[in-house]
Design a binder for this molecule. Structure first.
Ligand code: SF4
Length: 249
């Protein structure tokens, strides 16, 4: 059993205690605990930019990873370059095994329009899984009020799907807090946010929202899908030793 899993098995995750911690405290705990074996995963949305800014203030040598599906908006690629310059980091781009053209050859044209779950699996989940195998912990910018699947995440938890610790430092933040932070600290953000795109993913699966629509209504419009699969089946549970019992319940 890897060393970090042994520590988890000893019930050393401060899961309950961390619920009263600020985002900075959660990040500091993660960076002190995991050193170079922890990375921030970001798609460079508003929340992701807040997280990167907070993390950069907390730690030098920050690691940021992104799932470059090959379908980002030009504005997103421009923001990644801006992030690298501003924070003096090199964003680690995780790419799918298949190029867009190869995917079309193997799985047919416009897979995202026919089977977005499979497309997300190929272009997001599988590359992420490979990277997370190398890490002891990852940090993401999800908020509890974004989707039903995110409503019960803990600030520090065991991610049973990918087998490592997951930090959600912004779990209890609101949309308003995110934008207050961005304005107060002059954090760069995706230009599309000013064009009615509150949530931004791949070009094929993101549209602008209209007045009164949910902030994530522009993602996978026309499908019941609300998540790309990275944050589903997050276990609200303890260490690996107890997983089997919980999952078979
Ligand atoms: S968001 Fe859309 S285009 Fe991007 S990987 Fe998922 S289904 Fe494919």
């Amino acid at each position: 059993m890897p060393c970090f899993e042994r520590r988890l098995a000893d019930n050393l995750l401060p899961r309950d205690e961390a619920e009263s911690w600020s985002a900075e405290q959660v990040l500091r705990w993660g960076f002190e605990r995991f050193g170079r074996d922890i990375a921030v995963a970001s798609g460079f949305g508003a929340e992701g930019m807040v997280l990167i800014d907070l993390a950069a203030r907390t730690k030098g040598g920050l690691r940021v990873i992104t799932l470059d599906t090959g379908f980002f908006f030009p504005e997103t690629y421009a923001l990644i370059e801006k992030v690298e310059q501003r924070y003096g980091i090199r964003v680690e781009r995780l790419r799918p095994k298949l190029t867009p053209a190869e995917q079309a050859q193997v799985h047919g044209e416009a897979l995202w329009a026919r089977d977005p779950d499979r497309c997300c699996l190929l272009r997001k989940v599988e590359p992420l899984k490979q990277k997370l195998n190398e890490l002891a912990a990852w940090v993401v910018a999800i908020r509890r009020d974004q989707t039903a699947a995110r409503a019960h995440v803990a600030k520090i938890e065991w991610d049973s799907r990918f087998g490592l610790v997951k930090l959600n430092p912004l779990a209890d933040w609101t949309h308003r807090q995110v934008w207050e932070y961005i304005r107060t600290h002059d954090v760069p953000y995706n230009a599309l946010h000013d064009q009615s795109y509150p949530s931004i993913g791949c070009t094929h699966c993101t549209r602008p929202v209209t007045a009164g629509e949910d902030l994530r209504a522009g993602r996978w419009a026309g499908f019941s899908k609300t998540e790309c699969g990275l944050h589903t089946r997050v276990a609200a549970m303890g260490p690996p030793a107890t997983e089997a019992a919980h999952e078979s319940a």
